[in-house]
Ligand binder design. Sequence first.
Ligand code: FES
Length: 109
Amino acid sequence: MQVTLRHAGRSEVSFDCAADDTVLVAARRAGVTLHVACEQGGCGACRARVVQGTVHYPLPASSRWLDEGSGSEDYTLLCRAAPTSALIVETAHPWRLRESAPLSRILSG
Ligand code: FES
C-alpha cells in the first residue's frame, strides 16, 4: 500500500508499505527518518493526523494519543500503525531523507 506523508502544506513524500509493516518500518526502508522517541506507541512523538485512509495496530498503541484532542479528526501513531488502505497523513514534525532514498515520489515546495 502506498503511504504519503505531508508536512506543513509544503512537503510530501510517498513510499510503499507492506501489509504487515508499520509506517515507521516502511519509512525507514524507503530512507525516510521520522520524528520518533519511544517507538512503542506510548509517547505521542510520532502522532500524525490521518487525511485519508485507514490503519490497524498489530501491536499496542496508547489510546491517550489517538483520542486526545481529536474532535472530528483522526490521529494515528506512525510507529505502531499499519495501513489497511492507501494512506495520507499530515505529520506534526518534518522528516529527513537519506541521500540514496529509493523513494517513489518526493515533492517539495
Ligand atoms: S514514537 Fe512514541 S508513540 Fe510513536
